[in-house]
Each structure stands twice: as structure tokens, then as C-alpha cells.
Design a protein around this ligand. Structure first.
Ligand code: P6P
Length: 334
């Protein structure tokens, strides 16, 4: 069968989807090219001279890996001259980055976590890039973080690249979720799965169990019932997975079902959660919902949250619809 490359897919999407115009298509192609460059750098491992810490920290208070900084720079440079963006915001930058004066500005904002899960890099575990596309609001300077404070439901596109045994690009422009695999010989992303759907039920949950003593009662109850297996109220055995790379964990869930949880707990209560809303929870939540799953904080739909700061953190429970709804029901019951 003739391969469908990302460009052809996006051109065909453009023809049938008013939300996916030429500018958005070109923006997504630029991001995809940047992800190819990141994949190349990540894939070199120790041979690329870019493992280890950069010796700097980000606004999150996290030590930056050399590849965090390199990935961020790759995305900034790739998107500076294209003319599709008014500005960019990143986990690795305190404030938004505006388009250099010598280049035209476009109508979109790009938000990204350039290398999610980077603490896994030095031990050769899958990492990824997460990105979200918003419309640039009229009358707000894209250098002002207020321009990016839009609810996740307003996203026009979202996607991630997962740098694993193969490099995959998974994206949505609002008409389902589609997966592309990087053909390294051609240097092109080839469509390998269309209209991904998350099974509504699962036997697999994903949570960092070392935080168990910090969890709120509803999460404790949900996990305890999973652990009781077929002898317990769920009547079936569960498996657990935790990669500690959101992209890898959520990609598994989009591929075969499951529920990913980084809930509010006593450790993260003060900062509102662990994962970032604008460039982790929102894009992944949009993709999960487009694949028939659900994405909640436990108390509200993630995509409904009105952000109040650029690096805002939120609790995250997303994946198989029936499991997320069960966790939400337990929160309602208290
Ligand atoms: P913990 C990676 O640092 C990340 O932001 C997500 O990708 C991942 O799901 C989570 O943090 C892992 O957190 O507390 O298990 O190390």
C-alpha cells in the first residue's frame, strides 16, 4: 500500500477541515521537522555528547538536562522564521518567546514541553515532546503570558512525539487522533495508525505508587480496589505501569487503554499538582478526548480549566473513559 506521509495527510485534512488551514498545516510540519532533529539528538545518546545536566535550572525549579535546553532551542529556532506564530511558551522558559522582528508574525501560539521525562534520558528510557497550538488572541501582546491563558478546549491542535524504540508523532487537529512513525531512511513521518480509540475499560493503571501515603482518599480507594483484583469489588485483576515519562505512559494508554494518574496529593497540594496545565495536561487531555477517552483533575474536566498562570500545575487523571469516570465519582463521594 502506498505510504501516506505527514504532508499529504495534512493537505487532505486541510481540504476537509476548516480548522486546519494552510498556516496550521505548515506550522505542524515545522514542529514535526523539529521533532525529527530532537529525535536525532536523543538517539545519539552518549555518542552525541549531550547527556547529563546542563548545570542550569528552569522556572519549575528542576535541573535542566543538556537535551532539555537543546530541544527547546531546536523548537525556538525552527519556528522563528516560518511566519505562522505570534509567540511561543515552553516549560523551559520563564516567559514567552516572541518572534524576532525581522520575521513576519502569524496567528497562532505554540506551547511545548520540549523534552518531557528528561530525567529518564541518562538511563535510556523513552522521552518525548508535547505541543499545543492556540489562536493568538486579538489585542494581547504575545510577549505577555496572558495571551496563553486559554482553556484547553480552545486548542486548535495538539500532539506529541515519543522517542522510543521508534520515533512516533501523534496528533489531532480536532478530527480524531492519528499516529505517524518516522521512517529514518526517508526522514519522513509515515501515517501508521488513523483514528486511534482508547478502550473505555481497562485492566491497567499508571501511578507513582511511592506517593501512596500522600494520596487523597478517593485515589487511595480506587488503587486499593485495583490491587484487590478479582477477589475485590472490581472482580478483575489489574496490572500497573509507571514509566515516569508522561508521553510514554499516555502513549501506551492511547495505544491499548489504561488510566494515567498524577493526582493532587499532600506533596503537591501547595502547588496545585505536579504536571503543568498548558503544555502537558491540556495537549494530552485534548488528544485523549479526541481518542474517546476522558481527562479530569478528579474534580473537573481539564480542558474546561481557565488558566491563571503560565506554568500552572494541575492534578491529572486521564485515559479509559469508564475508569476516569469511576475515579471522578469517588472524588464526588469523598
Ligand atoms: P515522578 C517527568 O518529569 C514528568 O513531568 C512526567 O513526564 C512524568 O509523568 C512525571 O513527571 C513523573 O513524576 O514524581 O514519578 O518522577
Amino acid at each position: 500500500m502506498k505510504p501516506i506521509f505527514l504532508t499529504q495527510f495534512l493537505i487532505e485534512e486541510q481540504r476537509k477541515n476548516d480548522q486546519c488551514g494552510a498556516d496550521l498545516r505548515l506550522l505542524l510540519e515545522v514542529v514535526a521537522r523539529a521533532c525529527k532533529r530532537i529525535s536525532l539528538a536523543v538517539g545519539k545518546g552518549a555518542l552525541g555528547g549531550v547527556l547529563g545536566d546542563a548545570g542550569t535550572g528552569n522556572i519549575q525549579g528542576e535541573a535542566q538536562k543538556k537535551l532539555d535546553v537543546l530541544s527547546n532551542d531546536i523548537l525556538l529556532e525552527a519556528n522563528a522564521w516560518g511566519g505562522h506564530l505570534a509567540g511561543m511558551a515552553s516549560e523551559e522558559m520563564d516567559e514567552p518567546s516572541i518572534i524576532p522582528g525581522e520575521y513576519p508574525k502569524g496567528g497562532y501560539l505554540l506551547l511545548f514541553d520540549p523534552l518531557d521525562g528528561s530525567s529518564n534520558i541518562d538511563v535510556n528510557i523513552s522521552v518525548g515532546t508535547i505541543f499545543s497550538v492556540l489562536r493568538a488572541p486579538e489585542g494581547i501582546d504575545p510577549a505577555d503570558s496572558k495571551a496563553y491563558l486559554q482553556a484547553g478546549a480552545t486548542q486548535v491542535a495538539a500532539g506529541y512525539a515519543v522517542y522510543g524504540p521508534s520515533t512516533m508523532l501523534v496528533l489531532t487537529v480536532g478530527t480524531g487522533v492519528h499516529a505517524f512513525t518516522l521512517d529514518r531512511e526517508l526522514g519522513s513521518f509515515v501515517l501508521t495508525q488513523s483514528n486511534l480509540r482508547i478502550p473505555e475499560d481497562t485492566k491497567e493503571f499508571s501511578i507513582n505508587a511511592s506517593n501512596a501515603r500522600h494520596w487523597e482518599a478517593p485515589v487511595q480507594r480506587y488503587v486499593d480496589e485495583c490491587l484487590k483484583g478479582k477477589e475485590g469489588p472490581r472482580g478483575k485483576d489489574f496490572n500497573m505501569r509507571w514509566v515516569a515519562s508522561m508521553v510514554a505512559d499516555v502513549h501506551r494508554i492511547i495505544s491499548r487503554g489504561g488510566v494515567f494518574m498524577y493526582p493532587l496529593d499532600a506533596k503537591t497540594q501547595a502547588q496545585g499538582g505536579k504536571l503543568r496545565l498548558l503544555y502537558e495536561a491540556n495537549p494530552m487531555g485534548y488528544i485523549v478526548e479526541q481518542a474517546g477517552g476522558a481527562a479530569s483533575t478528579g474534580r473537573e474536566r481539564i480542558l474546561d480549566i481557565q488558566p491563571h498562570k503560565l506554568h500552572q500545575r494541575v492534578p491529572v487523571i486521564m485515559g479509559s473513559k469508564n475508569e476516569v469516570e469511576r475515579v471522578v465519582a469517588y472524588h464526588r463521594e469523598g
